[in-house]
Design a protein around this ligand. Structure first.
Ligand SMILES: Cc1cc2nc3c(=O)[nH]c(=O)nc-3n(C[C@H](O)[C@H](O)[C@H](O)COP(=O)(O)O)c2cc1C
Length: 449
């Protein structure tokens, strides 16, 4: 054997160390900002990890609880929304609705596909910051009409053609911020519906011009009820910031339904810095909204819809277990239609991105034909096939939610309760007000919310 003990060695090199604070993305963003002097705009919701439903687990039944048999015992999923004042509440077959996404941000084919998919599963869809298209109305058995600060597309006839009205105060992606639709997407049709000039960037108001607070909102809601003969449920949608107080004020203003949208919630376009740094996670918002309803004795009387990052049946079941009546989905519905599909990998690469990361929805160059108004790209989305994919996805979400509910011994998904949940992290335990797994400890139980 050769003796290497006296062979001279080069000094070991330390590895180059990347900064956790100045990581590659941060450095690239600083360089981009330095080169252009323009802030980054994108679509989608918060991309960084924040406490979420993944941080909760269901306990399931064992000796002390009795599960239901999956193939024989019924687990119901119907939801009634608007039971407080509306003469005609919305009846959903499943606890999952399609969130408001504007015509303008989305193509007419995408809006039609959302209507087709939702209707096939007995649930509702929602207009958005661009008015009601005939495609959407025609293919949605239940359509919620958004009444927005921008008032784009606001039309009393469409109020009457709707099945419910959603007064939008804010969105989880940008609480306190207004809408944004860049000139590339303002075609003649979009401009006509919004009474805007073609091809010019628009930034819509961050607050309603007709009311400044809950007292005025109460009057506005009464006006909307008068116009629609007290038939239609009135929702109030808020971005999650102070959900305890916002929910209480929405109830005081006369809402039938409160919609709380967390910071993971998608948007068509806004500043990246806004998406990632304003608002609170969906998980943190649900508990506060439910607590406000309980404190007012209005839980289950005024219904609660929760949105922001809902992806699978476990997310749905967790939101319901924390006290929501239904959830709404935006991003996941677009993915089901075909958004960010690997089939278009080469075209995403040409746009400098990849499937799963494409978020420049404001540019209107979506290869999948969803977040675009380009007539050629739009044609790529077949609304019938895309609607079928959405219906399949909604069916799976519902089956997954029912599977979990049965395992917890519940004959209706609304019977899921916080007692069925534990948390994996102290943060999630504190936010959701459920015990840390393996303990009976709920951080802050005797204080705060
Ligand atoms: C493309 C797109 C357009 C949207 N347009 C609107 C809108 O016009 N009005 C509104 O209240 N919310 C709008 N939103 C937000 C959704 O209604 C909803 O709050 C959000 O998408 C829910 O979160 P999720 O995307 O994680 O499911 C939009 C979202 C997306 C993705």
């Amino acid at each position: 054997m050769t003796d290497h003990s006296n062979t001279p060695r080069t000094a070991p090199q330390t590895l180059p160390r990347a900064s956790a604070t100045f990581d590659d993305y941060t450095l690239s963003e600083i360089r981009r900002a330095a080169a252009t002097g323009i802030y980054d705009i994108r679509g989608g919701g918060a991309k960084r990890r924040v406490p979420h439903f993944d941080d909760l687990l269901f306990l399931g039944a064992s000796m002390s609880r009795y599960p239901l048999e999956g193939y024989r015992e019924k687990c119901s999923t119907e939801v009634l929304l608007g039971t407080r004042f509306a003469k005609k509440p919305i009846q959903l077959k499943i606890p999952i609705t399609i969130a408001g996404m504007s015509f303008g941000s989305l193509s007419a084919n995408a809006k039609e596909a959302l209507g087709r998919g939702a209707s096939a599963m007995g649930t509702s869809t929602t207009t958005g910051d661009g008015g009601m298209t005939n495609e959407e109305r025609g293919h949605s058995t239940q359509l919620v009409y958004q009444y927005l600060p921008s008032r784009y597309g606001m039309n009393p006839d469409d109020l009457k053609r709707a099945d419910a009205i959603e007064v939008v105060v804010g969105q989880g992606a940008k609480p306190g911020g207004g809408g944004m639709l860049l000139g590339q997407k303002i075609t003649e049709r979009v401009a006509g519906m919004r009474t805007l000039p073609v091809g010019i960037d628009q930034r819509s108001a961050c607050r309603h011009p007709d009311w400044t607070g809950p007292d005025d909102l109460e009057i506005k809601i009464e006006e909307l009820r008068e116009i629609t003969d007290w038939e239609k449920p009135i929702y109030v949608k808020v971005g999650a910031a102070r959900p305890y107080y916002d929910t209480a004020l929405a109830v005081k203003s006369g809402a039938d339904v409160v919609v709380v949208d967390g910071m993971q919630g998608g948007t068509a376009a806004t500043q990246e810095i806004f998406i990632e740094h304003v608002g609170i996670p969906t998980l943190a918002a649900v508990r506060q909204a439910v607590k406000a309803l309980q404190d007012l004795g209005m839980h289950r009387k005024v219904q609660l819809i929760v949105s922001g990052g809902i992806r699978n049946g476990a997310d749905v079941a967790k939101a319901l277990a924390l006290g929501a009546d239904a959830v709404a989905i935006g991003t996941a519905a677009l993915v089901a239609l075909g958004d960010n599909d690997p089939h278009y990998a080469a075209e995403y690469a040409a746009l400098g991105t990849r499937p799963g990361a494409y978020d420049d929805w404001h540019e209107g160059r979506d290869p999948a034909g969803i977040t675009t108004q380009d007539p050629e790209l739009m044609k790529r989305l077949d609304p019938i096939a895309a609607g079928r994919r959405l219906a399949n996805y909604l069916a799976v979400l519902t089956l997954e939610c029912q599977t979990i509910a049965r395992a917890c011994g519940k004959s209706h998904v609304h019977n899921l309760e916080p007692e069925d949940l534990v948390a994996l992290t102290i943060e999630a335990a504190a936010m959701a007000n459920v015990p840390l797994a393996g303990t009976d400890w709920i951080p802050g139980r005797n204080g705060g919310f």
